[in-house]
Design a protein around this ligand. Structure first.
Ligand SMILES: O=C(O)CCC(=O)C(=O)O
Ligand SMILES: [Fe+2]
Length: 286
């Protein structure tokens, strides 16, 4: 850290006042850099404003247009990256047309990943899947991770990530489910499955009343497992390596295997794997 700058009480108060006035932490960070702050000092000042606090009141996002039959989709006209209004630049590492699969780099900062892991850690429980024969969910040997759900907009870091996703994918924030965080320990996996709800399952009716079908999935990697833990797409023989801050996105226009969106989490061989998943619905998720 530079010796020429100190986090004085005045500077702390100034940061707090800026945040109270509705500026995003990213925007404030950029403004601080522009006015000559050392990056580590600016980050430290912002890190003091704990990510688990209730979100700040931020301006409404412009409402993306959801035409019937349209799907979440980023604007890839720049090809290499997408610059979001908050100043965050997301890299495009790979894009496949059919099935639609996009690998993003730097979707989350390392600090955002760490904050998500810390906030989720205490609330993990054994993951369940939708019950096949009755209503509700059940423990399933195909899914040996532990998980939890955040409420939409539950805290500052969750709210910031959700706004970024809505802007990146041109899909209304309110059509998204709450973020799910999963931890896989050595040997844990999520065997290949589809994320849409099988209309033939007894439990799907109640689920579909809360916002319609899922139409896309974004799996964000919150850490880098030492070995194993790729997200695999067996139909298209694609493995996406879990890399902290990166994410894999895929969309599906109907609840059918012909979408080629069969996917799973390969067993972790060494270390742990943490992901946050955002599922996007056709309609408003309530
Ligand atoms: O852990 C992964 O790589 C995949 C997670 C997944 O398929 C899901 O959360 O639906
Ligand atoms: Fe999945």
């Amino acid at each position: 850290m530079s010796n020429s700058q100190y986090l004085t009480p005045e500077l702390r108060d100034w940061v707090a006042a800026q945040l109270r006035n509705g500026i995003t932490r990213e925007a404030l960070y950029q403004a601080m850099l522009t006015s000559g702050w050392q990056p580590d000092m600016a980050q430290q000042a912002l890190a003091e404003h704990r990510p688990f606090e209730p979100p700040l009141t931020l301006p409404e996002l412009p409402e993306p247009v959801v035409e019937p039959g349209s799907l979440p989709e980023p604007d890839l006209s720049d090809q290499r990256s997408v610059l979001l209004p908050d100043g965050h630049r997301v890299e495009i590492l790979m894009a496949l047309q059919r099935p639609r699969v996009i690998v993003f780099g730097n979707l989350l900062s390392a600090q955002e990943c760490d904050a998500m892991v810390a906030a989720a850690g205490a609330r993990l429980a054994r993951s369940e899947t939708v019950a096949a024969q009755r209503e509700g969910s059940e423990v399933n040997s195909a899914r040996t991770s532990e998980g939890m759900f955040f409420e939409r907009g539950e805290n500052e870091v969750v709210a910031r990530i959700e706004r970024r996703i809505a802007t990146l994918l041109n899909w209304p924030l309110r059509n998204g489910e709450g973020l799910q965080v999963l931890r896989y320990r050595v040997g844990a996996e999520y065997q290949p499955h589809y994320d849409y709800f099988d209309p033939r399952h007894a439990s799907s009716k109640a689920i579909l009343e809360r916002g319609g079908q899922r139409v896309a999935t974004l799996v964000m990697y919150l850490n880098t497992p030492t070995r194993g833990g790729a997200t695999v797409f067996p139909d298209i023989k694609l493995d996406v390596m879990a890399q902290k801050g990166n994410a894999v996105f895929f969309s599906y226009d109907r609840p059918d295997p012909s979408t080629l969106t069969l996917h799973g989490g390969a067993p972790v061989v060494e270390g742990e794997k943490w992901v946050a998943t955002k599922w996007l619905r056709q309609g408003e998720f309530v």
